[in-house]
Ligand binder design. Structure first.
Ligand SMILES: C[S@@+](CC[C@H](N)C(=O)[O-])C[C@H]1O[C@@H](n2cnc3c(N)ncnc32)[C@H](O)[C@@H]1O
Ligand SMILES: [Zn+2]
Length: 274
């Protein structure tokens, strides 16, 4: 059975119809024009994590469309293809490029969730063949053991939740920044870049961890500003700092870790290191 979204109010499966998505208890969720469904309805916004805003999402789309992160996208898609998946989830999918390519390479069906409405909108608009919802990675809106593979790229993650929705024999592929990731930008933006180093996800229990590292040429000002605008550091920097970075950042290192976790048992059996 292909995965179905789960009702955020009662956890029953949501059936899709011309009218939108509904469960047997009568909870209803509209389908947006772009095809996605919002499973974090208005009344719950208080505790909702913010997610990327419109500017960050569009900048990320520009960077990915320019092919700047293609080695990472291809590496993720290749890792996932090894398990010959039929159903793939991207938890924290952003504007959808990773899910789109990963599902394409494996000829699989893709589901993507993210808390950011502008991200999900953009993703759903381009990837009509995949299903998207506004939802949190901390409460994935799916039944247990639904997917053959879950990917999580530069996004907040909850290992027990990812583990829960992957079937026995499936995988999770997690991308986290390495120690040199965007180091030149951080050095320019902060007095003490170490303080702002991203916390790398521990890779305990991973079946395999690979490194993707390369340098990006930022001499094209359009590319440079898109790369800057998609990073959280940019929006927290002062105007003076931004001016310096725009004038001087001509090359930057991309350095990421791609960890593959294989789940050989059902999720209720505790896994070492997760
Ligand atoms: C750095 S972006 C990465 C997006 C995409 N995976 C990519 O690499 O292009 C982080 C993403 O995590 C999303 N996010 C933040 N908190 C989240 C949560 N609790 N659940 C799901 N997504 C979340 C943001 O909205 C944003 O799209
Ligand atoms: Zn319901």
């Amino acid at each position: 059975m292909p995965p179905a979204f789960r009702c955020p109010s009662c956890a029953n499966p949501l059936q899709e119809s011309a009218a939108g998505f509904g469960c047997e208890r009568g909870h209803h969720f509209d389908r947006a024009r772009e095809g996605y469904v919002n499973l974090i309805p208005g009344g719950r916004l208080r505790s909702r994590p913010a997610g990327d805003d419109d500017r960050m999402v569009k900048a990320r789309r520009a960077v990915l469309d320019a092919g700047l992160y293609s080695p990472i996208i291809e590496a993720v898609a290749t890792e996932v293809s090894l398990v010959r998946p039929r159903f793939i989830l991207d938890a924290g999918c952003g504007e959808g490029s990773y899910l789109g390519r990963t599902a394409e390479l494996s000829a699989a069906l893709g589901w993507g969730i993210d808390v950011s409405k502008p991200a999900v909108k953009l993703a759903a608009n381009r990837h009509r063949e995949a299903r998207f919802a506004i939802a949190s990675s901390y409460t994935l809106p799916f039944e247990d053991e639904t997917f053959d593979a879950v990917i999580n790229v530069f996004s907040p993650r909850d290992f027990p939740e990812m583990r829960r929705v992957v079937r026995a024999g499936g995988v999770a592929v997690v991308v986290t920044p390495g120690p040199h990731h965007l180091a030149q930008l951080k050095a320019l933006l902060y007095d003490d870049p170490r303080e702002h180093a991203e916390v790398a996800g521990g890779q305990d229990g991973a079946e395999r961890v690979s490194t993707v590292r390369f340098d990006l040429d930022l001499t094209d000002p359009a590319v440079r500003s898109s790369l800057l605008e998609m990073t959280p550091y940019w929006w927290s920097a002062t105007a003076e700092r931004r001016a310096v970075v725009l004038a001087t950042a001509l090359e930057v290192t991309v350095d990421v870790r791609i960890a593959r976790y294989r789940f050989d048992t059902s999720p209720d059996v505790p896994e070492q290191g997760l």
